[in-house]
Design a protein around this ligand. Structure first.
Ligand SMILES: Cc1ncc(COP(=O)(O)O)c(C=O)c1O
Length: 426
């Protein structure tokens, strides 16, 4: 977490009734229980305005781009608006943001483009804590002789081993690929420090902010990262992916693209026709977050300022819930907790936790909870390096419980009651 944001109190507490009223799907029921969506790390629910944006796009603007007629012009304007919204979320300019179907596909495309300028023996640093979407695209460059070096974790608290990171960066390192936050155990990495270390060695820094984006404000200028990826479907938007890149780098590296497609930014990195309705939804999701900020502080001057406030409000709400959940889980005999559990260090985590329960498989646990209307995940969630390193991959991975700002204390208490039942010997 960016320390200055974590430390500043929000102007007003999160208005949970206002928030929940925005999300129609939160009213779902399962077997007579209202649904508790604790599955956000795999994708969040969307506010009504995102649904409305899809519908409005199809009803009023559906066309391909740069045509000389109404719907095409509206599509062009809608794309400009989506880039501008995303630029406000990242704190960059609109031409430094490109979209695509998801983070993984975009990262493969970017890595392949960067790989055209690499030679055998060049090194890329990846980590044990990362989702494979920030590992496999770089590992694919082994085909051209690039050497991958993988940074280990400290097993006791599932944090990155920064000493190991310093060792793994060498004069041959061309790029360091690290996550902002772990989608499995919730650790927030010291990304500014990672970027600094990469730059000191003359390497580029690629940050995967997919898991961080619903929880914390992103500021690519302050971070000085070279690339940063995230996926709108993890922050209350549609199933899409997005990457920020510094302008000079996006122009210097050469994407694989069709010849008639534009060579200018950001279009040169957007292969083929975009998911236009999804882009309309991205703007709506970011405007929702900005309105959450304005709801707490109507004086917010512009969208970026409103987003800054929104994330303060979100962070405070989430971490009160996380503290309640973690304290409750730690008290349950038979629950093994992975990751940071010391409340004094919660600035280093987001409200995503991973546990094992007695000798049960995470699949059995997730099913037990799912039958009671509590949605969680089991397995590795593609953080395969981590589940292998922790020795849980062969026995079903981990049970992941992920909170976001639309969750409530009542849902946390329901989870804890169900977990106590699950963990009690038969
Ligand atoms: C941390 C992290 N990185 C990358 C990804 C991949 O994102 P996408 O589904 O957009 O390819 C995910 C998805 O769960 C993730 O949690």
């Amino acid at each position: 977490m960016n320390a200055s944001i974590a430390q500043q109190a929000p102007p007003a507490p999160l208005d949970i009734n206002w928030v929940r009223a925005q999300f129609p799907s939160l009213k779902l029921a399962v077997n007579g229980h209202s649904a508790a969506f604790l599955d956000a790390p795999a994708g969040t629910q969307v506010p009504q305005r995102v649904i409305a944006a899809f519908r409005e796009y199809f009803e009023t603007s559906n066309a391909n781009t740069v045509g000389q007629f109404l719907t095409s012009r509206r599509t062009d304007e809608m794309i400009v608006a989506a880039r501008s919204a995303m630029a406000d979320l990242f704190n960059c300019t609109s031409d430094e943001v490109f979209f695509g179907p998801n983070m993984t596909t975009l990262t493969f495309a970017l890595a392949r483009g960067i790989g055209r300028d690499l030679k055998p023996g060049d090194e890329i640093v990846v980590t044990t804590l990362d989702h494979d979407g920030n590992v496999a695209p770089w590992r694919a460059l082994e085909d051209i002789g690039v050497v991958l070096r993988q940074v280990d974790i400290r097993e006791a608290d599932c944090t990155l081993d920064m000493d190991d990171l310093r060792c793994k960066i060498t004069p041959r390192t061309k790029l360091v690929a690290a996550g902002y936050a772990s989608n499995a155990v919730g650790t927030i990495n010291p990304v500014a420090e990672i970027v600094r270390l990469a730059h000191e060695a003359g390497a580029l820094a690629f940050i995967d902010a997919v898991h961080y984006a619903p929880h914390g404000l992103i500021d690519v200028r302050a971070l000085d990262c070279d690339f940063l990826a995230c996926s709108p479907y993890k922050f209350f938007g549609p199933h899409m992916g997005c990457i920020y890149g510094k302008r000079d780098l996006l122009l210097r590296f050469r994407p694989y693209k069709v010849r008639p497609a534009p060579a200018y930014l950001p279009d040169r990195w957007e292969t083929g026709t975009q998911v236009h309705e999804g882009l309309a939804g991205v703007t709506a999701a970011i405007d929702y977050l900005a309105d959450l900020g304005r709801h707490a502080d109507p004086a917010a001057e512009d969208r970026r300022a409103a987003l800054v406030i929104a994330y303060r409000v979100i962070r405070q709400h989430e971490m009160v819930l996380a503290a309640r959940m973690i304290a409750g889980l730690l008290k349950i005999p038979g629950v093994r907790f992975y990751g940071i559990s010391d409340a004094a260090r919660f600035d280093e985590r987001c409200p995503t936790v991973a546990v094992r329960v007695r000798d049960l498989t995470p699949l059995d646990c997730a099913r037990f909870l799912g039958d009671r209307g509590i949605f969680t995940w089991d397995g590795n969630y593609y953080a395969l390096n981590l589940t292998e390193r922790l020795g849980v991959e062969k026995t079903g991975g981990l049970l992941r419980i992920g909170l976001v700002h639309y969750n409530t204390a009542e849902e946390v208490d329901r989870l804890l009651t169900a977990m106590r039942e699950l963990a009690s010997p038969a």
